[in-house]
Design a binder for this molecule. Structure first.
Ligand code: IPD
Ligand code: CA
Ligand code: CA
Length: 269
């Protein structure tokens, strides 16, 4: 990878923003209509909206950037070895969406050689658009955002989530959850990892951790956090890449305290 930093044409981030907004609007058209819900697993759902959003996003990317690869949750991946790779969660927070619990988003990232260069998270209910370009900061609705100033775990408002294999796996994050429940100010399980990360970026949450996420859950959100002045890593403090199964994202100030707690975590095999 070297030190080469690709120059990001503003037209690229404009495209990503417009695509996330259009996908979010599409998702909203299905929101109140009776939904077709399929089960990918015992507690893992997919709706018509996930599929329609993915179809819209991936077909537009292919039309405009035929040389780029796509890594997307619902099966539209192609050329995943390409240098330029779009990493797409067409609807993050499907369980919430299917129950009309208002916390879900569309997440689109563009990576160059494994490093996120553009990250867009769009929350269509509030119409909040989070966007970051590497080296250029992070914004919500065009206004610059920063992580929170909280410097103690005991004062921190945290977020996490649980993987769909929670019923079968002993690596279930409940060990970490119970430790933080007693040491942090409060914890939320929002149900959308991409939005949780966007909330760390804009200072609503002080920190977020989770196990067994997939690349599309984190590719945009980590750039938002980093560009807003925060820190992302694995539980160990090692550099996080989107294929890793453990992620810690904080305002930086509470990172070490969270790492100390997570050093006792049960880890995926
Ligand atoms: C899920 C959400 C949730 C997280 C799960 C993810 P989906 O994504 O991000 O917050 O806890 O691990 O799989 O299935 O709603 O796209
Ligand atoms: Ca997801
Ligand atoms: Ca999804």
């Amino acid at each position: 990878m070297g030190n080469f930093k690709p120059k990001i044409d503003p037209a690229l981030s404009d495209f990503a923003v417009s695509l996330a907004k259009r996908a979010g609007e599409l998702v909203m058209r299905y929101y109140t209509a009776p939904k077709e819900i399929e089960q990918k697993g015992e507690i893992d759902l997919v709706t018509t909206a996930d599929q329609a959003s993915e179809e819209l996003i991936c077909s537009e990317i292919r039309e405009k950037f035929s040389q780029h690869g796509i890594l997307s949750e619902e099966g539209s991946s192609s050329q995943t070895e390409a240098d330029w790779l779009w990493v797409v969660d067409p609807l993050d927070g499907t369980t919430n969406y299917a129950h009309r619990y208002p916390f879900f988003c569309v997440s689109i990232a563009l990576q160059y050689k494994g490093v996120s260069q553009i990250g867009v998270v769009y929350e269509p209910l509030r119409g909040e658009l989070f966007c970051a370009v590497r080296g250029q900061g992070a914004m919500v609705d065009g206004y610059p955002i920063q992580v929170s100033p909280t410097d103690k775990l005991s004062k921190s408002f945290l977020a996490t989530g649980f993987a769909y294999d929670i019923r079968e796996s002993s690596c279930d994050n409940l060990d970490n959850f119970s430790r933080f429940a007693k040491s942090a100010f409060a914890i939320r399980r929002g149900g959308s990892a991409a939005l949780d990360l966007a909330y760390v970026a804009c200072g609503r949450f002080d920190g977020f951790w989770e196990l067994k996420l997939f690349p599309w859950d984190t590719a945009a959100g980590i750039l938002l956090v980093e560009e807003a002045g925060g820190r992302t890593s694995r539980f160990s403090g090692d550099r996080f890449s989107i294929s890793d199964r453990d992620i810690l994202a904080t305002n930086g100030r509470i990172h070490q305290e969270m790492m100390d707690t997570l050093s006792r975590s049960r880890m995926p095999e």
